[in-house]
Design a protein around this ligand. Sequence first.
Ligand code: PLP
Length: 359
Amino acid sequence: MIALPDFPWDRLAPYKELALAHPGGIVDLSVGTPVDPVPAVAREALAGASDSPGYPLTHGTDALRRAAADWLARRHGVTVAPGDVLPTIGSKELVAWLPTLLGVGAGDRVVIPALAYPTYDVGARLAGAEPYATDGLLGLGPERVPLVWVNSPSNPTGRVLPAEHLRKVVAWARERGAVVASDECYIELGWEERPVSILHPDVCDGFHEGLLAVHSLSKRSNLAGYRAGFVTGDPALVKRLLEVRKHAGMMMPAPVQAATAAVLADDRHADEQRERYAARRALLRPALEKAGWRVEHSTAGLYLWATDDRGCWEQVRSLAEMGILVAPGDFYGQAGSSHIRIAMTASDERVNAALLRLQ
Ligand SMILES: Cc1ncc(COP(=O)(O)O)c(C=O)c1O
């Protein structure tokens, strides 16, 4: 049996009970799950493709691949061929299985950010490899690693890696033949900084060898329930992933492919959703600061990363007593043990309830 970490959310259950007992009800800012409606453009496309008796293509429809390539060009200044786009069943499955799909295994170390979404660690373990959490590649010395994960904007910190930083990661990886997988699922949510893709010419000079960008429609288009994402980048790597995924049956359902193509072709709903998050952020951030928290990083993404310098669990308790549930920073690595992560995914009504309680 592969040793997997304990599922950390179970440890939050007693604090959830505490928050639920608040007379005004819980304000759950712990999990980054979308609460706003699925945009009509997605629902209509899904319904329109509901008569899909045949197997879908693992590679996805032409329409989906073209929509993804057009979106990357239009919104992020990235040029990829539609044939180099590969749909995924949400991005979490790809994060969890990429090391395995790439043939990473025993004796390998997979580099993941020091503070990170837990699935990078899990993915390394599922492949029989060892996760190595660090933000400093130089600490690895001459060691050759097969895979380096970056995540900008970051979950949990909301930190953006500038193009210069990403260039250095790419150069380092290319010298050693490592693949860089860049999880860009929050790329559309830049607030004080503009996130840049690993595939942007400022980062990789237009050469995608050894690079993969991982995208998700969960947050941009409220499609977490549909499971919609894609990966793109190095044509040879994408080809290899396609081959394994075909054999393994890892294909996005046809109605979801139709919905994904439709949302990628539409910016209006994404801009509206962005505005909702911007408004909640503009309320929550100063309210937390007035209540004694210091917000760090958080220049982009779906979360506020904050501390009042106590241990993270004490902070979780204080807020749970107000009926507000947040995530403890140590879920994301030991470096987070005095921080909390506050998700902006609650309805306006619940965000307003939180504001009143923080006063
Ligand atoms: C950094 C990061 N990557 C990937 C995911 C997975 O998202 P999904 O599977 O919904 O695309 C999440 C979800 O919260 C995340 O925070």
